[in-house]
Design a protein around this ligand. Structure first.
Ligand SMILES: Nc1nc2c(ncn2[C@@H]2O[C@H](COP(=O)(O)OP(=O)(O)OP(=O)(O)O)[C@@H](O)[C@H]2O)c(=O)[nH]1
Ligand SMILES: [Mg+2]
Length: 234
């Protein structure tokens, strides 16, 4: 059973005194106005804003949860869907263990472009990255332009997980993020076992451990790090 520890923002580091077993970097991508910033805001702060502005550059929010008895801090990065506002692509993806790839169920072109986003992930992210395809704005069901079946077929074909959400109502937002984090955790454990060190710490088995992002937020951020004391229990 998964359990929430706390919800916080980048500015609020209350959880620093708590035990954190893992920090998982997740990126949110997709066309402009599909709801990337709002789904992040819903997941980390349980907030929604109707007149949100287009994101410029990069920002991240965090939320700490418990998955399979481990305390996991999800560090979730958001950038602009518009090319001209985006930060350096490779730096954005560096160290990411998971990706939320959003389209808007009311705008067919945003779904048609998903294949380009998958290509970008394959080009810039680690090949073991866990990808969750998200059809957002499911509250606008009367305006639906993308049948769920189309997305299911695409997701199966590409080996992606899939969910439909509403950042507005909150429907499926938590479950989608929890599913992604669970899959990341399982991938991390599997890698550790493949490396034959199931009894030692996972960190040594993860190629993405301790990557640094430079020149994005102005500070060097240690990402996707595994606490040295942690052992994989799966
Ligand atoms: N009805 C409805 N509107 C939503 C939902 N999610 C986002 N929106 C609205 O869609 C618009 C765009 O949302 P954003 O989260 O700013 O989109 P974005 O993908 O971050 O866009 P960029 O930052 O430009 O890449 C805003 O007006 C939101 O209020 C949703 O689930 N339902
Ligand atoms: Mg945004």
């Amino acid at each position: 059973m998964n359990q929430e520890m706390d919800t916080d923002s980048d500015q609020n580091h209350q959880e620093t005194a708590e035990r954190i077993d893992y920090v998982f970097k997740v990126v949110v991508i997709g066309d402009s106005a599909v709801g990337k910033t709002q789904i992040l805001s819903r997941f980390t702060k349980n907030e929604f804003c109707f007149d949100s502005k287009s994101t410029i550059g990069v920002e991240f929010q965090t939320r700490t949860v418990t998955i399979k008895g481990k305390v996991i801090k999800a560090q979730i990065w958001d950038t602009a869907g518009q090319e001209r506002y985006r930060a350096v692509t490779s730096a954005y993806y560096r160290g990411a263990l998971g990706a939320m790839l959003l389209y808007d169920i009311t705008k067919r072109p945003t779904f048609d472009h998903v294949v380009r986003w998958v290509d970008e992930l394959r080009a810039h992210a680690d090949n073991s990255i866990v990808i969750m395809l998200i059809g957002n704005k499911v509250d606008l069901v009367d305006l639906r332009a993308v049948p769920a079946e189309d997305a299911v077929e695409f997701a199966e074909d590409q080996g992606l997980f899939f969910s439909e959400t509403s950042a507005f109502s909150g429907d499926n937002v938590d479950s989608a993020f929890f599913r992604l984090l669970e899959e990341i955790y399982d991938t991390v454990c599997k890698k550790a076992l493949e490396c034959g060190n199931g009894n030692s710490n996972v960190a040594d088995a993860i190629t993405l451990k301790g990557s640094k992002i430079d020149g994005i937020s102005g500070t060097d951020l240690e990402i996707s790090e595994m606490k040295k004391s942690s052992a994989c229990s799966c």
